[in-house]
Design a protein around this ligand. Structure first.
Ligand SMILES: [Zn+2]
Length: 418
């Protein structure tokens, strides 16, 4: 029976194949939005079935299929590894120093759109699955792969749907291979919600503005000037959450390097993202609407939030402004002492020889759909976080290889391979 050490050596001897696999995934353009994810999903399917792993395709939308694959036995520890194969659009190609879909490999890096977010993470998961399958390792449990092709535009055909359909049932832990950094295990996220503000006025001929009519755009802009009020609302954290909270603030401060930015972790953020109003140049607008991206921290008090929104409107001294929100997503987290957190932390620290901090992310992610099902869920994946969603995205080869080692060793520990 193959042991942990032998599996580790096998991985090291095949490192080049992992780098090649990452590059091959980059070469398949899977921008979302734009078109279908068919080609990349077929590639993943073929990779797994060539390795002798049974693959199932399920879909809520034919252009955004999901892949389920499983190895191991029905009994024992069950871990899900989740990742998305879609990437954000490459944007203005002239801003890139290399072909975003060239899959170039340098001495130290793999280059291209989606390297960090998150084809390197996907490659690690696929590679480790294949390694375990082909080595004939005896797993005291199972690994379930959830590969989705709709994350970058909200995930309604991806992880959210998989979880709603019951595909996550019975899992003891979930590892999302999203980009973090080697230093951080993300054990919590904020909840993303939409707040809509609508102002109603009275139309009149544009030439009579200020004398007749009631300008809805001006009204709404008065309210939006007070949006900062909402950022003062903080979440509530239990004693057990203090360690991760202080780690998170430390990380935000060091990474983002803007005064006060650590507050983003445990306070509401409200980004006025889009605004729409008016009909025509020569008319006083009678309607204006703004969409605000609201990120809610752990332990938010909804009554306080709603109260502040009403006060914000009141403070602006305008009539005829309403708001609409369907609060569904809240700050969510996995306890720091969970087996998945501590096992991955130990292995990451062993491999990197650095301190690895469990922390809460200032953004939101698919992890919350698993947490809603009470599955302890973490994010840890290879990346250079600076290039994510921007130009010249890349990933260090060392990060990719070490992430795959950390995944492998964590699986060994959780699934009884010593
Ligand atoms: Zn991502």
């Amino acid at each position: 029976m193959i042991c942990r050490k032998e599996l580790y050596n096998l991985l090291e001897n095949n490192e080049k194949k992992l780098v090649r696999l990452t590059s091959d995934l980059i070469k398949i353009n899977s921008e979302n939005p734009i078109g279908s994810q068919r080609e990349i999903i077929d590639f993943v399917k073929k990779y797994l079935s060539d390795a002798g792993i049974e693959v199932q395709e399920v879909a809520a939308n034919a252009d955004h299929p999901c892949i389920l694959a499983e190895i191991g036995s029905d009994k024992g520890f069950s871990i899900i590894i989740n990742g998305h194969v879609d990437v954000v659009p490459a944007g203005d190609l002239s801003q890139w120093e290399f072909d975003p879909f060239g899959g170039n490999i340098t001495d130290t890096q793999i280059l291209g759109r989606g390297t960090s977010d998150m084809k390197a993470g996907i490659a690690c998961a696929l590679f480790v699955m294949k390694l375990l399958k082909q080595s004939g390792a005896q797993l005291d449990g199972n690994i379930r792969l959830h590969i989705v092709s709709d994350e970058e535009t909200g995930g309604k055909y991806g992880t959210k749907w998989l979880c709603q359909q019951g595909y996550a049932k019975g899992a003891d832990a979930c590892l999302v291979a999203e980009p973090t950094s080697r230093y951080t295990i993300e054990i919590g996220q904020k909840g993303s919600n939409e707040l809509i503000l609508r102002a109603y006025g009275k139309t009149a001929h544009g030439s009579l503005e200020n004398y007749k009519g009631d300008n809805a755009i001006l009204k709404l802009s008065k309210v939006l000037q007070n949006i900062g009020r909402l950022r003062r609302i903080g979440g509530k954290y239990t004693v057990d959450q203090q360690e991760a909270l202080s780690n998170s603030k430390y990380i935000a401060k060091t990474k983002l390097n803007v005064p006060g930015v650590e507050n983003v972790i445990d306070h509401v953020t409200a980004n006025v993202a889009t605004i729409n109003g008016g009909n025509k140049l020569n008319m006083v607008p009678d309607f204006c609407e703004a969409h605000v991206d609201m990120r809610l921290p752990i332990g938010i008090d909804l009554r306080q939030l709603e109260h502040e929104i009403r006060e914000m409107i009141k403070e602006s001294c305008v009539e005829g402004v309403e708001y609409e929100a369907d609060w569904k997503n809240f700050g969510n987290s996995t306890p720091i002492d969970s087996q998945i957190v501590q096992t991955l932390r130990k292995n990451a620290e062993d491999i990197w020889k650095i301190e690895v901090l469990p922390a809460y992310q200032w953004a939101s992610s698919d992890a919350n759909y698993y947490r809603k099902l009470n599955i302890p869920t973490i994010q840890y994946g290879p990346s250079n976080t600076e290039g994510i969603h921007s130009y010249n995205e890349n990933v260090d080869i060392e990060d990719v290889i070490n992430a795959s080692k950390i995944y492998l060793l964590t699986i060994c520990d959780l699934l009884g391979i010593s």
